[in-house]
Design a protein around this ligand. Structure first.
Ligand code: E4P
Length: 217
């Protein structure tokens, strides 16, 4: 399973990339706002750090305008995946840009039927939002499982990019289900290393080691 980082924070991307934990990056208009940077400038910088797909989202609502924005975003670097919302105009944009050879990430997916449409429109990635479904007392992971089954039934090549990931359990469950990619905020990716028994065990080892009075270097 690939790890994408869900942020436009260049320092955080660099830190995780140095650990070989960044197979790609996803951004959205809210993350660009949070970064305080110009979209074209920050996306270009991210693409110079990360060689895998970097999603940059269109903000127009009509297909004609989305297509123009998508082409402009794709000029930033060869590893741009143009991110479009799961609307009729977004699907039309997906079909046009995919036919032109660009990677397309269809975002804001909340149902298996939406994922089916995105695959038929030639999407490279489908982004089902787990956390936002969980927030409504629905089951985000069940959606990932349903899409996995449907895509496997018909051999769709669209990659399932599990998004709106809020915790370590989301990551391990997505891996078990067989999501192709998980995109998560830097804090969630870092938290994957944490376990209270690791902390407790290390504390005991350190305490015992101090009693030996020895040094390694
Ligand atoms: C996905 O590409 C989105 O950027 C993101 O995962 C949304 O997550 P949120 O629901 O935590 O905002």
């Amino acid at each position: 399973m690939k790890f994408f980082v869900d942020t436009a924070d260049v320092a955080a991307i660099t830190e995780l990339n140095d650990l070989n934990l960044v197979d790609g990056v996803t951004t959205n208009p809210s993350l660009i706002l949070k970064s305080g940077r110009d979209i074209l400038e920050v996306t270009k910088e991210i693409c110079s750090i990360v060689s895998g797909p970097v999603s940059a989202e269109v903000v127009a609502l009509k297909a004609e305008d989305m297509i123009a924005e998508g082409r402009k975003l794709a000029e930033i670097a060869p590893n741009i995946a143009v991110k479009v919302p799961l609307t009729h105009d977004g699907l039309k944009t997906c079909k046009v840009l995919s036919d032109e050879g660009f990677m397309v990430n269809v975002t804001l997916c909340f149902s298996a039927n939406q994922a089916l449409l995105a695959a038929k429109a030639g999407a490279t990635f489908i982004s089902p939002f787990i956390g936002r479904l969980d927030d409504m007392n629905l089951d985000g992971l069940e959606l990932i499982q349903d899409i996995r089954t449907i895509y496997d039934n018909f051999d769709f090549r669209t990659q399932i990019l599990a998004a709106s990931v809020r915790n370590a359990n989301h990551v391990s469950q997505c891996a078990l289900i067989g999501a192709d990619v998980v995109t998560a905020p830097p804090a969630v990716i870092k938290a994957l290393a944490n376990h209270p028994l690791t902390d407790k065990g290390l504390e005991q080892f350190m305490s015992d080691w101090a009693k030996t009075g020895q040094k390694i270097v």
